[in-house]
Design a protein around this ligand. Structure first.
Ligand code: ADP
Length: 484
């Protein structure tokens, strides 16, 4: 759409910086939108190491007198693949050792309200008549709580562009003490049910959901689930009331970054037509994780944050039974200390059969998608989930719990779905260890039926995961908001 200009505000974007799905989406969606003619620019904080990854960096604005905020600069620069970035440079807030949200020990940065208050504020300024830039967006697209205050600033103060907020995970809300309202120079009157107040706190996410002109989330099924108490995390009433302005758009994946035919992290590349290379990746993965080299034992893969959401406790619980099937398990992840200890405990108990790598590794994550036979994702809730998409693309059928985007992106394998060519994994209902075990056992049985397994893999790898149709759905939302 000629002339449609969108400021995409986010707290992370792959490959510059990523902690999870938000980073993947922020890395890929702007490119897909630009490919269909939307002029998108990405606003992100200038964390350590981010600025050095951009080219043609220059200062385009300074902000020295924003009440309540330290001085900051705005830089413009380009990502290698041609995406224009606006980087919010404020070294006292963003240039530190540690992650975007937490220090190296895993504690939230104490000044997160200020850090993401400033990010939201600048997004709003750039979307308003007060912007120092010549480029004026028609719309500001915010993502998750970190930019959730932008719609509030836009509506309450600046009278600027309309806004859209995308929920990538309702569990992260950015709730802070009421005094934050004053600290971030929001009008006191907004601290109420019809505003930023949420159970006595001020909530960045609530602000976004209340003030944005439209809300999207990352799968159609999750859009329904968050309107109910079970998965609405207290915001279900507001979301149900706004259901006419709530759209679920399924995430896609960066099909260049995640392509087994060209993936630089793989020991051997492969494709649906030339599957032989997958076996070499399995052998290499087994070697890397200290597993027995066993071509015919199904290798289960896991890549995950270690948190209650992801349901790995159930997998660890049934591992003694699974090992007897037999299967092997390759795990990459980090997070809650107790879960890390349990996973490592299993690798000591079953050397050669369970391999665990604690940490964050882009390389190993690609190698697990490629080298595993079956991907395991028993999330208690999952807004969209990306690993089940990557795994299908790599011919690694996923076993998933019937929740959120997993329902929208995996078709359970039955006699009928195998026959009609839609089967792409194994879906279990009811979040119990027994149900997970039964689903994995179904996958393992099918794995040993070479002909059917090949058919299942082919289905997975034939699916279209490109961003084009999702980008078109976002553009349709933008146009609806703008009344065009
Ligand atoms: P979430 O955003 O809830 O963590 P998603 O499945 O939507 O879950 O996205 C997770 C993204 O982060 C995927 O790209 C996944 O590969 C990646 N990821 C998660 N944990 C790790 C890890 N330990 N090492 C490398 N990548 C990881």
């Amino acid at each position: 759409m000629a002339g449609l200009k969108v400021l995409f505000a986010t707290s992370e974007a792959a490959p510059l910086i990523k902690t999870g799905g938000l980073g993947d989406v922020s890395g890929a969606l702007p490119a897909a939108l630009r490919a269909i003619g939307v002029d998108v620019r990405v606003l992100m904080p200038g964390y350590r190491r981010v600025i050095g990854q951009l080219v043609k960096v220059k200062t385009v604005a300074s902000f020295d007198n924003l009440p309540g905020f330290p001085s900051a600069r705005l830089l413009s620069g380009w990502m290698a693949h041609g995406i224009p970035f606006l980087i919010l440079d404020c070294p006292s807030l963003y240039q530190r050792e540690g992650g975007p949200y937490q220090d190296a020990k895993g504690h939230d940065w104490a000044d997160n309200p200020l850090r993401f208050g400033l990010l939201s504020k600048i997004a709003a300024v750039l979307g308003s008549g007060a912007s120092p830039l010549a480029w004026h967006p028609d719309l500001v697209h915010c993502n998750d709580w970190q930019t959730g205050l932008a719609p509030a600033y836009l509506r309450l103060e600046q009278g600027g562009a309309p806004s859209v907020i995308t929920i990538h995970n309702m569990a992260f809300q950015g709730n802070f003490p009421p005094a934050t309202v004053q600290e971030l120079h929001l009008p006191p009157s907004c601290f109420g049910v019809d505003g930023v107040e949420f159970y006595g706190h001020m909530s960045f996410l609530k602000a976004g959901l209340f003030y944005a002109d439209h809300i999207t989330t990352v799968s159609p099924n999750y859009a329904k689930e968050i309107q109910r108490a079970e998965l609405g995390f207290g915001m279900q009433g507001l979301l149900a009331a706004r259901s006419g302005n709530l759209t679920g758009i399924l995430n896609s994946i960066d099909t260049d970054e995640w392509n087994p035919a060209t993936d630089v992290y793989l020991v051997k590349k492969f494709s649906a037509a030339r599957m032989a290379g997958k076996a070499a990746n399995k052998e290499s993965l087994q070697g890397r994780l200290g597993l027995n080299i066993a071509p015919d034992v199904p290798l289960l893969g896991v890549i995950s944050r270690f948190t209650h959401q992801k349901g790995l406790d159930l997998l660890l619980e049934i591992m003694p039974r699974l090992v007897g099937l037999p299967v092997q398990l390759a795990v990459l992840g980090s997070g809650e200390a107790q879960m890390q200890r349990s996973a490592q405990g299993l690798s000591h108990r079953y050397p050669g059969e369970v391999g665990v790598n604690i940490g964050f590794s882009e390389t190993l994550s690609h190698q697990i998608e490629a080298g595993a036979d079956i991907f395991i994702m028993p999330s208690r809730f999952e807004p969209c989930g990306l690993n089940q998409l990557y795994s299908q693309r790599y011919g690694t059928p996923p076993v998933v719990h019937a929740t959120g985007g997993l329902v929208d992106s995996v078709v359970d394998c039955t006699a009928e779905t195998l026959k009609d060519g839609t089967a792409s994994g194994f879906v279990f209902k009811g979040m119990t260890a027994e149900n997970l075990f039964t689903a994995i056992r179904r996958a393992v049985y099918l794995y040993h039926d070479r002909r059917k397994w090949k058919a299942l893999r082919r289905n997975c790898m034939a699916k279209d995961f490109s961003w084009k149709s999702s980008a078109e759905a976002y553009r349709a939302v933008y146009l609806k908001v703008l009344g065009r």
